[in-house]
Design a protein around this ligand. Sequence first.
Ligand code: GLC
Length: 433
Amino acid sequence: MNVPQPAARIGDSAWFTRDRFGLFVHWGIYALPARHEWVKSRERITDAAYQPYFDHFDPDLFDPTTWAADAKAAGMRYAVITTKHHDGFCLWDSKLTDYKATNTPAGLDLIREFVDAFRAAGLRVGFYHSLIDWHHPDFPSDMFHPRRDDPVYRAGNAERDMTRYAAYLHGQVRELLTDYGRVDVMWLDFSYGDRPSYEGLPGKGRNEWRSDELVAMVRQLQPGILLNNRAEVQGDFTTPEQYQPRGWVHVDGKPVMWEACQTLNGSWGYDRDNLDWKSPDLLVRMLVDSVSKGGNLLLNVGPTARGEFDPRARATLARIGEWTRLHSRSIYGATATEHVSPPDGRYTARGSRLYLHLFAWPFKHAHLSGLGGKIAYAQLLHDGSEIRVLDGGRDEGQANTSLRGISASDATLVLPVQRPDVLVPVVEIFLKE
Ligand code: GLC
């Protein structure tokens, strides 16, 4: 294949570029206010005013076995969960803080439960861990900090010791990568050392996190782990957030391994009144679009404060699963191709097979540039029904069929007028070897 491939990275990537579709889980005590995981920053909430969410965190319906079953049925093959988000709340039983799930009414190491359930379901497990911490006393206020406009907190910055915070950060990552068996992905989030200061308060990045030492420790504790790119270190993969890239993602002019992370409704944490839900067919198109450009899709669910995926999220996952069940061959182990798909379509390729995903259903014909004489057989993927192919617009067996204006180098698929009733119809094309 002529599509440029990314250079090998340090972590194990074979599973990642095969499995393509993962679940992101953003869960924490921000599920109680239920108005975005950044609520503490956006509303400039003090620790005292945020405390009721800790005191009332009682996810009595938490059942990660159901989460894993939903993810698996959707066609997801790995899952990345927030161990700590920017508010500093820890979902596992960290020895380094009291600000953790075991001290809330939840009374459980939620990460342990999650890891056990997802592994039992055959899914790989990764950890999202926030570099930012709006609870730790040594974390100086900055442009995102909930106390950024509080002169008293700001005056206290002089006493805050970022080295102590970095030691805490590294210590917690060490716990996570030591106590939970094999972890497949480490998703550190995020750096903003390059942003303009806010009222004299600079951002934070590689120096503040001591990223070089942190990354060395991550690699040493979990040699196969895949590391993302948000500690101001390139890592193994790049993470476009809430947009679909135009083509295969490049860094410094070179193609890289990449994973788009996307929400169901624009928020990562459970956001009760946000109704901006993406439709299942849009989400399937986003998955297809990623794979057609050599990337993955990490699709987020923000569970409720009771510990469930809300019905809208569950229904969406189920609809996606109806599609992936029938179309797994065009996604898993598939990637970009040098062939140029017709308008409103996306190709993925796997070995000598091409998969044409039709985002809009044309009238009767799809013209495939450069494939004249190269197709051995074609069929609709969802039901395995034959699709006739006209080389150069001609069908020797059918005197009637000769399409004007089609060059000999093109092939034409003859499609039924009725669009198949699946979220995105796919034609599986067997190229001559
Ligand atoms: C971010 C946000 C955030 C979310 C994330 C996922 O940078 O701060 O809340 O966790 O990216 O990509």
